[in-house]
Design a protein around this ligand. Structure first.
Ligand SMILES: *Cc1c(COP(=O)(O)O)cnc(C)c1O
Length: 386
């Protein structure tokens, strides 16, 4: 089976983890700090906070921006459930904004329309979580303008988009957001096994995030409510969590980060090759907007059932039967039973549902060989039956 995604681990990665195993610190040591500095440097952001996974990163980001009972956040229905779940963890409410049928990202027009209506009802969101689907940034300049006009904060869910660029600047620079979240799950662009990072330019949020990922505890006397009792002393200032990344994971991440540009370049080459090889197929190919350099976490095609002898479901299962490990990203979150139980209705975000009925993610990863890609293309041709 050719999978839809796969990590690449080399000798240098392995040796960097072994070195940590032989060192004094397995967690809360110097490599985590080095990794954070390296990510912040890569993204051109002032600060980076590493955590145990991107779901934890989203949760802490929501908390840091004050989400709690009575507050509201919006996101895209075309995302992994972790994005809206992280809002619900805080006790806040979540709602969705439908997607753009070309980029599959949150639709700027739908967002503006929904904001106008929300303002009239005095229910403007406190936070927006745009998701950079498949590795291409949302229209952040325009969204940022709206955030100033309507007064909401922005957390970028860039789980797919480490190594991507927007307006020639790295995603994660937080030029148009308060916080930006990356995932280092093995299926993403670079990996730490499990892991996530939050980047920001705001010192206040950075200090808070550092405490929240480690029980809400500080050892910094400047932040304490009274004079320190002694050198052993710490204070808990908030209800935090144990969301720390280990030294082993940070070492792997630091080593992987060195090859990030190479990974993303190869993914772009694969995407370019798909675009050429598939151009005469009766399918819809991905659209990358001009301001974007995508990290191509995913290469999504859409089946046109009117031009194809088989249904979307049949094409998908035929591909799997013939050794192509396709996937579908994503089932619109509002259609999940849990979200249904919260009152969301099928049909309320039609563009995301229409997309879901047609989408298939083809294999794209650093080690995918041209010959394997050719097999994907040939198999797809047969499965489409056209
Ligand atoms: C993978 C992913 C997450 C969650 O990442 P984890 O590191 O597995 O917690 C969140 N949002 C999106 C869009 C993702 O793809």
């Amino acid at each position: 089976m050719i999978p839809y995604g796969k990590q690449n681990i080399n000798e240098a990665d392995i040796n960097s983890v072994i070195e940590v195993l032989k060192s004094d610190f397995l967690t809360q040591g110097p490599v985590v700090e080095d990794f954070e500095k390296a990510i912040a440097g890569y993204c051109n952001a002032k600060y980076a906070v590493s955590v145990s996974n991107a779901t934890a990163a989203l949760h802490l980001s929501c908390l840091a921006l004050g989400l709690s009972k009575g507050k509201l956040a919006w996101t895209s229905p075309n995302t992994f459930v972790a994005t809206p779940n992280s809002v619900l963890y805080t006790g806040a409410e979540v709602d969705f904004v439908d997607i753009d049928p070309n980029s599959y990202n949150i639709s700027f027009d739908e967002l503006r329309k929904k904001l106008v209506e929300a303002k009239a009802k005095r229910k403007v969101p406190d936070v927006l979580l745009p998701v950079h689907f498949s590795g291409q940034s949302c229209e952040m300049e325009e969204i940022y303008q709206l955030s100033k006009e309507y007064g909401f904060h922005i957390i970028e869910d860039a789980s797919h988009a480490v190594g991507a660029k927007y307006n020639d600047k790295p995603v994660g620079s937080c030029e148009y957001s308060d916080l930006c979240v990356f995932s280092f799950h093995p299926v993403k662009i670079i990996t730490t096994g499990e892991g996530g990072v939050i980047t920001t330019n705001r010192k206040d949020l950075y200090d808070l995030l550092i405490r929240l990922r480690s029980h809400g505890i500080t050892r910094n006397p400047d932040l304490m409510t009274k004079e320190s009792d002694g050198e052993w002393y710490y204070q808990q200032l908030e209800l935090g969590y144990n969301y720390r990344l280990t030294e082993l994971q940070a070492a792997l991440g630091l080593s992987q980060l060195k090859r990030l540009d190479e990974f993303v370049l190869r993914r772009n080459q694969i995407a370019e090759r798909y675009n050429i090889l598939l151009k005469d197929f009766s399918i819809k190919l991905p659209t990358v907007l001009t301001k974007n350099y995508s990290s191509y976490h995913l290469f999504v095609i859409q089946i046109d059932e009117s031009k194809c002898k088989k249904s979307h479901k049949e094409v998908f299962s035929d591909l799997r039967k013939n050794g192509i490990g396709v996937q579908l990203h994503y089932i619109p979150v509002h259609t999940q039973p849990y979200y249904q139980s919260l009152g969301f209705k099928i049909g309320s975000f039609p563009a995301s549902e229409k997309y879901y009925a047609a989408a298939i993610s083809l294999p794209v990863y650093f080690d995918l060989k041209d010959s394997e890609q050719d097999k994907v293309v040939e198999t797809l041709k047969v499965c489409l039956g056209s």
